[in-house]
Design a protein around this ligand. Structure first.
Ligand SMILES: Cc1cc2nc3c(=O)[nH]c(=O)nc-3n(C[C@H](O)[C@H](O)[C@H](O)COP(=O)(O)OP(=O)(O)OC[C@H]3O[C@@H](n4cnc5c(N)ncnc54)[C@H](O)[C@@H]3O)c2cc1C
Ligand SMILES: *[C@@H]1O[C@H](CO)[C@@H](O)[C@H](O)[C@H]1NC(C)=O
Ligand SMILES: *[C@@H]1O[C@H](CO)[C@@H](O)[C@H](O)[C@H]1NC(C)=O
Ligand SMILES: *[C@@H]1O[C@H](CO)[C@@H](O)[C@H](O)[C@H]1NC(C)=O
Ligand SMILES: *[C@@H]1O[C@H](CO)[C@@H](O)[C@H](O)[C@H]1NC(C)=O
Ligand SMILES: *[C@@H]1O[C@H](CO)[C@@H](O)[C@H](O)[C@H]1NC(C)=O
Ligand SMILES: *[C@@H]1O[C@H](CO)[C@@H](O)[C@H](O)[C@H]1NC(C)=O
Ligand SMILES: *[C@@H]1O[C@H](CO)[C@@H](O)[C@H](O)[C@H]1NC(C)=O
Length: 618
């Protein structure tokens, strides 16, 4: 409960006096430090705001969310899909360490930094992963985080808007209503517009026997489907954690505070019981502390949550010693197990492409103005589609992307590798957890035909290949005790050579798709990364040079696994060896799943909120 009752009254009357939408619940550093909260949430991103919303449904429960970034200003780049790219709200500049398997290249690390976090800047693709992947999480120690345990929360998180029936029939959009929610905060819809070239892509896939999928969010997704978006169809604007879990509720929630532009530096403890946080005003550099009587909840995303724990004394002894930080809890898994989806852009030149296409908004000012006018008049238009992306995606497994012999050789080579030589941690528990993950992937998920990646063509130059089943693991390690210094982010991209074999298999499948008559007729010619190359080793070298280690889907750095397997949080979300400290963001995933992460982050945060409410009797 809020102890500062004068503040409650002041806020309540302020809220009444202000038009709705004004940020009456935004507090300053001083107010936050003088108020005793039930819960403090470090990070106001996708998961942080979801949990804050659910906890403050009870007016007696007070929550402070501390967010490093600002509120967005409702710019077109944030809200309008066709105007997408909200650069001001990315964490910039932020770089990886030199990637040893990729010629020591340094890459940018994309992640969101705003109220709403990644959901404020993401490409709005909204899909879950396959049931078998969540079931494997449960097997690895995340008890209850299997498909059956998550499905009710996936539904709770969303309102699914079926497309117009005639449009759906024309575009081959199918869905399974029984897998969806009808009254959740995040709005999910299909863009009501598409480019003519999507039909060519669809039919090229069908010609190769690639199956169509009734609904990829129902637990199975191998084949081609139309992407669902986190877009509110009422006005075709982004639906994100800020609109769904803050704007929607805040006028009635004097118990829900947000402190923006502020970095959480570390968690404060009495013994091993969390009591609050220390935070830094980014403008002035001033440090303050705030108290939480029930729980401190970490939600700073997979790149920054490990840094907060490490600066709080939770991690491996040698690492903390090197930073001059006294160890509070020995948890060598903190910051290990970093995973992401790898991205390879394959560009084509089309001598005879259809108009309009995914590049027309950028290349044709007349078309752009025409489409924007339609959008502003609430008519279907190219502005309904996330800029420069396509509506269709093909999920592929290893069996269907390569020959039976090659499949066998890739899997058996992968099994012959010694896990201990593939990751930087020498901790026995961390190694055991990694070995278990490799077993789950190589002996279970891959043989069962689960996806290794996907392909999407934007109907213009770019085809995007996503390799979603990495066996390589990276790490996030605080570089100094300064909370405002960037951590060392090592994706470990390609350190297990199996990942490059997976990528090569998808790349070759993409060549096959793009050489079908439906695409050939458009005059498709590969221009990068490996035009004309036919030798596998030469192609692999070209792919490695063009590869991006991150699709902004960082996860898994505070894994929910057994402590004896390098796990950091228990299945009830608490950090091992501590009390009143939990983690709710994408850091807790044992391994990265095949779909885009946001739907799973929202569902997981809904589940997390229920677990936390239950243990505090709220
Ligand atoms: C450019 C981009 C495109 C993407 N596209 C898609 C997509 O199309 N589909 C999809 O499913 N997913 C997509 N994602 C990924 C998805 O948005 C993320 O997986 C998801 O937002 C992660 O949620 P989270 O709660 O774990 O972390 P986040 O949403 O990242 O939230 C973490 C928050 O914590 C804050 N923070 C960090 N450190 C501190 C600190 N020390 N103190 C206080 N606050 C702190 C950050 O500023 C951030 O706001 C994309 C992400 C990006 C960046
Ligand atoms: C590796 O990087 C170096 C230095 O940037 C560059 O000169 C070299 O061509 C690169 N090698 C490959 C194979 O890309
Ligand atoms: C829909 O699928 C049918 C085949 O079942 C195909 O003939 C048609 O071209 C497809 N339409 C689009 C828009 O992809
Ligand atoms: C690919 O694999 C799936 C299941 O593993 C199968 O159902 C599908 O029909 C296969 N074929 C093609 C050509 O993709
Ligand atoms: C879009 O419509 C929703 C639902 O009516 C509304 O809540 C939201 O404020 C609107 N957003 C914008 C930017 O107009
Ligand atoms: C792409 O095709 C055009 C002809 O339409 C040609 O003039 C151009 O040189 C090609 N570009 C590349 C990079 O191949
Ligand atoms: C540009 O867009 C206009 C309006 O849609 C269209 O009539 C014209 O043909 C386009 N030009 C090109 C070169 O595609
Ligand atoms: C959470 O689970 C761990 C491991 O099972 C247990 O030790 C701890 O007491 C639990 N914490 C709470 C608050 O339920």
């Amino acid at each position: 409960m809020l102890v500062n009752s004068a503040l409650v009254v002041a806020l309540a009357s302020l809220a009444n006096a202000l038009p709705s939408g004004l940020l009456a619940r935004v507090v300053d550093a001083e107010t936050a430090s003088q108020t005793s909260y039930d819960f403090i949430i470090a990070g106001g991103g996708t998961s942080g705001l979801t949990v804050a919303d659910r906890l403050t449904e009870n007016p007696k429960v007070s929550v402070l969310v501390i967010e490093y970034g600002p509120f967005d200003q409702k710019e077109d780049g944030v809200l309008v899909p066709g105007a997408y790219f909200p650069v001001p709200y990315l964490w910039l500049p932020l770089f990886s360490t030199p990637q040893t398997a990729l010629n020591n290249t340094v890459y940018g690390v994309p992640c969101g930094r705003a109220v709403g976090g990644g959901s404020a800047v993401n490409a709005m693709f909204f899909h879950r992963s396959s049931a078998a992947e969540y079931d494997a999480w449960d097997d690895l120690g995340a008890d209850g985080w299997d498909w059956d345990g998550l499905l009710p929360y996936f539904k709770k998180s969303e309102t699914f808007h079926p497309p117009d029936a005639a449009y759906a029939k024309d575009r081959n959009i199918t869905y399974d209503l029984s897998a969806h929610g009808t009254s959740g905060p995040v709005q999910a819809s299909y863009p009501p517009y598409d480019y003519p070239g999507s039909k060519n892509f669809w039919n090229a896939a069908l010609r190769l026997g690639i199956p169509t999928i009734k609904d990829p969010n129902a637990g199975e997704a191998i084949g081609i489907f139309c992407l669902l978006h986190s877009v509110d169809p009422a006005n075709q604007t982004r639906s994100f954690a800020r609109t769904a879990h803050y704007d929607r509720v805040i006028s009635a929630r004097p118990n829900y505070h947000v402190l923006p532009n502020t970095a959480v530096g570390k968690v404060t403890f009495t013994g091993t019981t969390a009591t609050g946080v220390e935070y830094i005003d980014r403008a002035s550099g001033a440090k303050s502390t705030a108290k939480a009587t029930k729980e401190v909840i970490i939600a700073a995303g997979a790149v920054h949550s490990p840094q907060i724990l490490q600066l709080s004394g939770i991690g491996s002894k040698s690492h903390l010693q090197g930073l001059g930080i006294k160890q509070l809890v020995n948890l060598p898994g903190v910051g290990q197990n970093l995973q992401d989806h790898l991205v390879l852009t394959v560009n084509y030149n089309y001598t005879n492409n259809l108009f309009p296409n995914g590049g027309s908004l950028q290349s044709n000012a007349t078309y752009n103005a025409e489409q924007r006018a339609l959008y502003d008049a609430r008519q279907p238009s190219a502005y309904d589609i996330t800029a420069t992306t396509g509506n269709l995606i093909i999920f592929l497994n290893l069996q269907n992307t390569t020959s039976a012999a090659k499949y066998q050789s890739i899997v058996s080579s992968a099994k012959s590798l010694n896990p201990a030589t593939l990751i930087s941690s020498t901790d026995k528990a961390v190694l055991k957890g990694y070995a278990n993950q490799r077993n789950a992937i190589l002996n279970n998920l891959i043989p069962a035909g689960e996806a290794i990646g996907d392909i999407s063509w934007n109907t213009a130059e770019a085809t995007s290949i996503y390799m979603t089943r990495p066996l390589s693991r990276g790490s996030v390690m605080a570089a100094s005790a300064d909370p405002l210094a960037d951590p060392l982010i090592d994706f470990g991209a390609g350190t297990d050579p199996t990942d490059i074999e997976f990528l090569l298999a998808i790349y070759k499948k993409n060549r096959e798709i793009m050489s079908q008559p439906e695409i050939k007729v458009l005059g498709a010619q590969e221009t990068s990364p490996a035009p004309g190359l036919t030798d596998d080793n030469a192609i692999k070298a070209a792919l490695k040079a063009a590869l991006q280690p991150s699709n902004a889907h960082e996860c898994c750095t505070l894994a929910m696994m057994d402590r004896g397997q390098g796990g950091v949080v228990a299945s009830n979300l608490t950090v091992y060896g501590t009390s009143r400290l939990s983690v709710v963001d994408a850091s807790i995933w044992p391994f990265v799943t095949g779909g885009g992460p946001q739907a799973t982050v929202y569902g997981g945060a809904e589940k997390a909120a229920d677990i936390i409410k239950k243990r505090h009797g709220i």
